[in-house]
Design a binder for this molecule. Structure first.
Ligand SMILES: NC(=O)c1ccc[n+]([C@@H]2O[C@H](COP(=O)([O-])OP(=O)(O)OC[C@H]3O[C@@H](n4cnc5c(N)ncnc54)[C@H](O)[C@@H]3O)[C@@H](O)[C@H]2O)c1
Ligand SMILES: [Zn+2]
Length: 371
């Protein structure tokens, strides 16, 4: 892939940090760590999963070791089930045993699962140590930026977590070449989300370029990732702790998280679940007076990216409703929904009746029968 490197900045005052995007970056990781001031006297811990480890761990380890760092690695099982307090506890044990101290950094080498988990370890170990994101999935262009880190509770996703910003996001796009096609599609779901909430032209671009994105065309992919990261960075800079604006990043996530929880973590990939959630949100938006064609166009975009837009018939509506009430977006007795008003624009609504959501869920199941 291209070796051109782009650097974006997440502007957060003294906690601002760079997102470095390009090819071959694993080979210059030590230099990038030094550039953000990671000291080499204390050990670093790389957290990765057992799919990513055989592909990229040795490369990163030897690059950092050659660059003068001491490195220990922890390999966790791949998959959403790993975002648990049990695995978290194992990692804390390994960090203590390896002698990580307040000057150490934890590096997350992998997708959003490893990023969220390792970030939660970094955010809580000794009340918080340095954290570096080294994303290896398309989806992680979203999850690695913004500092939300968490593990799941069996009853609700991302329920246990903190805000802990990384000091660097080092995004080596060469790693994406080994992603399974289903993970490529799931990652593109968050990419098009950034267009749907913020930038109509970018949503249109994702649609027009769907075949190139699905084929991992380097030029298209890098453009899409940069644009997606830039949108996320802008939103996070304006509202780091989700007091208001940042909530729009949750488009499709209230239902999406419920789908993941009810189906059992892993049956729907995160990106697939939120694609269904975004289809539901668009249908709701059109019914609430949003622009004509909002739902139809959203469906076409998601389908172009080969994402699901319907619910399995056997998914229990009431189970989804209760899972949604446990979501973090349920506040002061009200559910908060991110509802599109047109492509590229959303509103934060807290006046959506539960029955309206039930109705949409049922209709998303019916659609499956007729297709
Ligand atoms: N913190 C946030 O702001 C935020 C935002 C969006 C999503 N998330 C979280 O991110 C998670 C989903 O992330 P994800 O889709 O990256 O999942 P993931 O980390 O499970 O990665 C997907 C799969 O691809 C494998 N993999 C990763 N990189 C690979 C590579 N380069 N080559 C081959 N295989 C590779 C992994 O082992 C895994 O099996 C969810 O838990 C979601 O809640 C967090
Ligand atoms: Zn998401």
């Amino acid at each position: 892939m291209s070796t051109e490197t782009t650097t974006l900045t997440v502007e957060l005052g003294e906690r601002s940090y760079p997102i470095v995007i390009g090819g071959g970056l694993l080979d210059s990781a030590a230099e990038h760590l030094r550039a953000v001031g990671v000291p080499d006297k204390s050990p670093l811990m790389i957290v990765t999963d057992d799919n990513v480890a055989p592909l990229y761990l040795e490369k990163l380890e030897s690059e950092l070791t050659n660059g003068g760092y001491r490195v220990v690695s922890a390999v966790v099982p791949a998959g959403e089930a790993t975002k648990s307090l049990t695995v978290y506890n194992d990692l804390i044990t390994q960090a203590i045993e390896a002698g990580l101290d307040r000057s150490s950094a934890i590096l997350a080498l992998g997708g959003g699962v490893v990023g969220d988990l390792a970030g939660y370890v970094a955010g809580t170990y000794m009340r918080g140590i340095r954290f570096i994101q080294v994303p290896t999935t398309i989806l992680a262009h979203d999850s690695s930026v913004g500092g939300k880190v968490a593990v799941n509770h069996p009853l609700a996703k991302n329920m246990i977590g903190v805000f802990h910003q990384p000091e660097l996001v080092l995004y080596d796009v060469d790693t994406l070449s080994t992603l399974p096609p289903r993970e490529v599609r799931a990652g593109l779901s968050e990419m098009v989300k950034h267009g749907l909430i913020w930038d109509r032209a970018f949503a249109g671009w994702c649609w027009d370029n769907a075949p190139r994105l699905l084929a991992l065309d380097p030029e298209a992919l890098i453009y899409g990732l940069e644009k997606g990261c830039a949108i996320k960075a802008q939103i996070v800079s304006r509202d780091e702790r989700e007091n208001d604006l940042r909530a729009i990043l949750n488009l499709g996530h209230t239902l999406g998280h419920a789908i993941e929880a009810v189906a059992g973590y892993g049956r729907f990939l995160h990106g697939e679940a939120i694609a269904v959630g975004m289809a539901a949100a668009a249908l709701l938006g059109e019914e609430r007076g949003g622009e004509t064609g909002l739902y139809g166009e959203t469906m076409l975009m998601l389908r172009a990216l080969e994402l699901p837009v319907t619910l399995p018939e056997d998914m229990d509506t009431e189970a989804l409703m209760s899972a949604m009430q446990r979501d973090k977006k349920f506040r002061e007795g009200k559910m908060v929904y991110i509802v599109p008003t047109e492509i590229g624009r959303v509103e934060i609504a807290n006046d959506v009746e539960a029955d309206a959501i039930r109705d949409i869920i049922e209709r998303l199941k019916e659609k499956e029968e007729s297709s």
